[in-house]
Design a protein around this ligand. Structure first.
Ligand SMILES: Cc1cc2nc3c(=O)[nH]c(=O)nc-3n(C[C@H](O)[C@H](O)[C@H](O)COP(=O)(O)O)c2cc1C
Length: 268
């Protein structure tokens, strides 16, 4: 898959046709999500008939209870904390990209992880409902056009700091480090409420991801998503960026500004 082209193009769909998508295409999307979950045990659940989910979740899920109507939904469930949520986000974004490649639209939907909702969805109560999305055919006909723009994003030189926290580099400086294009694409990462709660510090041959501490809504999901965009963007530029899972020692933590916490350390 060519990730960076999709990063530029993909946007949220909130208006779906009621026409259903072929099961084999839905299975292909789910299988790509499963393939992204190599190092963690999570399950992907497809709601092929989205009607029941739609009836049950209206008023309970989505921004301010506004549920997005779609013929199909996909959930990621499993046990685990922060890392599980990050990986669930990674899987959802992988499936959104796979759906986009099939010319389908998708929408992340905020769903509370409560017993009531798990009952509504007939999901195992002992598991956590980690992430949820809608998938289907977007409106693009003559009478109803998909006119929604991709939402505003911070620029590459705004999400990156060079050498010290708070120091935004020029495009040329980022280019000299071979990172300008990588951040150009990373910046397209979607987030809850489009808040983009992240900054990358490039220092000492490392790239450190800092995410806002006080930012409660779906922080782990947003973290997983921005990691997906950064890592895949590196891959498309011939760089293998793997989160080193390095212990965050005092020296590293001190490099990050107040109000942010370290969520990834990459050695390039
Ligand atoms: C974790 C998460 C939860 C989201 N929840 C919702 C939601 O409940 N309803 C909705 O309409 N959009 C939801 N979104 C979509 C974001 O609002 C959208 O990705 C962002 O505004 C950027 O817009 P774009 O994808 O069109 O560029 C969510 C996105 C994320 C990452």
């Amino acid at each position: 898959m060519n990730y960076i082209n999709i990063m530029k193009e993909i946007k949220t769909t909130r208006d779906f046709k009621s026409t259903t998508v072929k099961r084999e295409i839905l299975d292909k999307i789910v299988n790509e999500g499963k393939a992204s979950l190599t190092d963690i045990e999570l399950e992907i659940v497809l709601f092929e008939d989205g009607k029941k989910a739609k009836e049950n979740l209206q008023g309970k899920a989505g921004y301010f209870g506004k549920f997005i109507e779609s013929p199909h939904y996909i959930a990621v469930i499993g046990n685990g904390g922060q890392k599980a949520k990050e990986k669930a986000a990674y899987a959802i974004e992988t499936m959104r990209f796979a759906a986009h490649a099939e010319n389908l639209g998708t929408c992340w939907i905020t769903v509370p992880d409560t017993d009531e909702i798990k009952n509504d969805l007939s999901i195992d109560i002992s598991k956590n409902l980690l992430a949820f999305m809608a998938v289907g055919i977007r409106y693009s006909g003559i009478f109803k056009k998909d006119i929604q723009e991709k939402a505003f994003r911070q620029g590459a030189t705004e999400i990156a700091y060079l050498d010290t926290w708070g120091h935004n580099p020029s495009w040329e400086k980022l280019e000299q480090r071979g990172l300008a294009d990588i951040f150009y694409f990373t910046r397209f990462a979607p987030s809850w409420g489009n808040r983009q709660p992240w900054k990358f510090l490039v220092a000492n041959e490392k790239v450190i991801l800092g995410v806002k501490k006080d930012y409660k809504e779906d922080l782990e999901l947003d973290t997983g998503i921005v990691k997906f965009y950064f890592e895949k963007s590196c891959i498309d530029h011939g760089i293998n960026a793997v989160d080193s899972n390095e212990t965050i020692n005092e020296d590293i933590a001190a490099m990050i500004g107040e109000g942010y916490e370290v969520r990834g350390i990459y050695t390039l």
